[in-house]
Design a binder for this molecule. Sequence first.
Ligand SMILES: [Mg+2]
Length: 424
Amino acid sequence: MDRLHGSARLMVVSDLDSTMVDHDDPDDISLLSFNALWESYYRHDSLLVFSTGRSPTSYKLLRNEKPLLTPDVAVMSVGTEIAYGEALVVDAGWEEYLNHKWDREIIVEETSKFPELTPQSEIDQRPHKVSFYVEEVKALAIIDVLAERLEKLGLDVKIIYSSGIALDVLPRGAGKGQALAYLMKKFALDGKLPANTLVCGDSGNDAELFSIPEVYGVMVSNAKEELLQWYAENMKSNPYILRATDRCAAGIIQAIGYFGLGTNVSPRDIKDFQKCKAEIINPGHEVVKFYLFYERWRRAEVEMAGQHMQNIKSFFYSLGTFVHPSGIEQPIHQCIDAMESLHGDRQGKRFQVWVDQLSSAQIGSDTWLVKCKKWESYGEDKHCCLTTILMSSKAEIPNEFIWLHMHQTWLDGFGVKQPETWLL
Ligand SMILES: [Mg+2]
């Protein structure tokens, strides 16, 4: 969170399963579209928060499986765990707060008296979350009786039923909504309350997010009945909540536009990059566009025309160098020439390219240092390079950039076995 010097321009707080991630879309089209939008226009001055029912272990599994960006904050296990940054640094203050009137052992013992409750797997059982599966028809009655018994035993818990199957027992102070309220209070104390916040969800455990005052909300088009019903009963005609007509991440993008929170056209959804201009000087935007072009080139989604490569080449300094992750140094133009021959080599195959954690720093009057993680997935393989690019802005057109030098190193565990198969 210390990444930003001031208040975030926008904070997006999104659920993952069936909100940010569409499990019915094997090509992750809308997720990749959100990624390109976020890295191009928001990463440098905004905050991304994932708020998921998943435990840290199952959250990491999802991150391996899907092209998810690295969020600034991960709220996991239905708002019972808050962690920051790539390293998932735990918020110990939140943990301590949740210990109030909470005794896991008593809850495990009491819930074991309900044979209808099937415990979820071990990885989903957490210090402040006891989780079960239960049929919808039985859930309501159990919730009432269980809540009363636990209260008599001096505990203060809340029981959340979600997705027509999952029942979670949490400390009263926990939950996605409370965790967000806690984060916002923290930001306010630091004088860094985001200018705008957009919460995004699809199911019952997301309802709390929509109750936080002064936030915009989007229920994606595929939202579950339980959330829609809660909305109809509690939030009807709240102008700050949108029922999107688009699914999952596309619904989030739709809401950004609907509420006027910023640019809502992803570079990924623009065919002609000439028309895709950043409103502010932002070299990161160029990196996103270049790698989108690279993906389209190798998938043969742009035609094999010499003028494309000439145009691309004109953005690379003729004497610039590229240090390949294998350590071999070569002229950067040579690398672009090699790209020309790869036109269509990934055609008709599942080949995806995206960048994550893009940052740029102006280090001279017209010089910028851009860093990102560049990911490439092909079939089942997934590779990543820590990428550093030195760029200079063109004097006559300040938001056009020349790539001077480029350096890549493998991200631990994501290198390729045959380095010659990685271009740049
Ligand atoms: Mg969900």
